[in-house]
Design a protein around this ligand. Sequence first.
Ligand SMILES: Nc1nc2c(c(=O)[nH]1)N[C@H]1C(S)=C(S)[C@@H](COP(=O)(O)O)O[C@H]1N2
Ligand SMILES: [Mo]
Length: 348
Amino acid sequence: MEIKKRVMTSSPLNAEPPIELLRSWITPNSAFFNRNQGAIPEQPINIEDWRLHVSGQVQREVEYTFQELLQMPKITTACTFECSGNGRSLLSEKAPGNPWTIGGVANVVWGGVSLKDVLEGAGLTEGSLHVAFEGFGRPVGGSGVEFVRSIPIDKALDSTILAYEMNGEPLPNENGYPLRALPLGWYGANSVKWLNRIVVMEKPYEGYFMDKAYRIFQKGQDPKTGEVVMNIKVKAIITKPLNNEKIKRGKVLIMGAAYAGENTIDRVMLSFDNGNAWVEAQLFGPNEKYAWRQWQHLWYADIPGEYQIFAKATDSAGNQQPLEGQWNAHGYCNNGIKDHGVTVTIEK
Ligand SMILES: Nc1nc2c(c(=O)[nH]1)N[C@H]1C(S)=C(S)[C@@H](COP(=O)(O)O)O[C@H]1N2
Ligand SMILES: [Mo]
């Protein structure tokens, strides 16, 4: 299948797929969005030479070959994956960064090993409080900083995998071949691609991509005092009809997906009149923790005219989407209901 993504920058590559490709429960690998701070390896990393090093606050340093990882108990799990910048271009006040619409998200079946098993091979200590991930990182442009991220030990031991497979295939080169960290349900920034080094630390890793980027802060505020993007916020996206579509009057199938990181989706409500009246959409398809839930509704659109369709999701922890996305300096985590609405014209 030939897929033409909307390329926002080509070097480094940042691109989102056509929205129609988000209608299936599984996102095909070829439709997975691309988000890169630096270069993608020109050649896939040579698997014979590759090692995963584990060091830092551990009892002993260890190295795993790829073959050794393949011999460890395998985990297969569906999980929705979203860039924290997704939806940025929909904010009513502009924020700098890639102008994602809703395509910076994908739902795939990941295969890999549990980070807990890998860390236990090295033995944890009292100082094992954060886990930093480092991978291939050739910067492009001026910044020259490596992409390193760390996560708290609780998340690392509880629900983080090191993924070597996407939808039953080896990780594509651009998505991190041969291995990427994957804290389940967390924003994409926490998922270091081309992973080859894990350093167990006493405190969070300090560096540009921990302290300046991927934090929620306001203009004038020290970024480091802002919250780090972690669990994906509850959001419903409308994948059918597309924004600005013209449709013949009659029965119109409305479809989308809803997701909430570590939480599951309780319900999705729809409005066709700027948020006055709401009807409940039907959830359908597979229902798995960490994976998005598909939803649909047959709308009887009898009267020609222009309509705003809004979708709002509520998750299992009772979180609801705000009416409008909460603005922050990098435009992260937009889950505003209105921002994600679509306009359609019903014709005679
Ligand atoms: N090494 C490395 N890992 C990275 C990044 C990167 O630039 N370099 N970008 C991060 C961000 S912000 C996101 S959203 C995801 C994107 O993964 P994808 O390109 O497979 O969609 O990878 C994360 N891991
Ligand atoms: Mo991201």
